[in-house]
Design a protein around this ligand. Sequence first.
Ligand code: SF4
Length: 104
Amino acid sequence: MQRVDTPPRDGDCKGLNPNIWYPHADKTQPGNFSDNYRKARMNTGIALQICSDCHVKEECLSYGLYHEHFGIWGGMTERERQTMRRRLNIFVVPREPINILLPN
Ligand code: SF4
């Protein structure tokens, strides 16, 4: 798989709530954990549904494989990408640092 180093900008998730693509059940959120877990599972389903028709899915998956431990990228969950990395012998590499201009 060709390595992609920048996340796609015009995927089908553009403009939608990014939390849907990071669906961890959070113990710090109000409400009980099983409700939050259920919500996280529902968000995973929504994200995977949206990703399934996305026109930049392959590019997004490649970026996610090489650069992202967390979240859903290219229609694959963290665990699915981890399995694929092991199979393809891919290691996550940090992205290029962003150049930040600091005031003098
Ligand atoms: S594949 Fe999914 S996460 Fe990637 S750009 Fe498309 S909708 Fe967004």
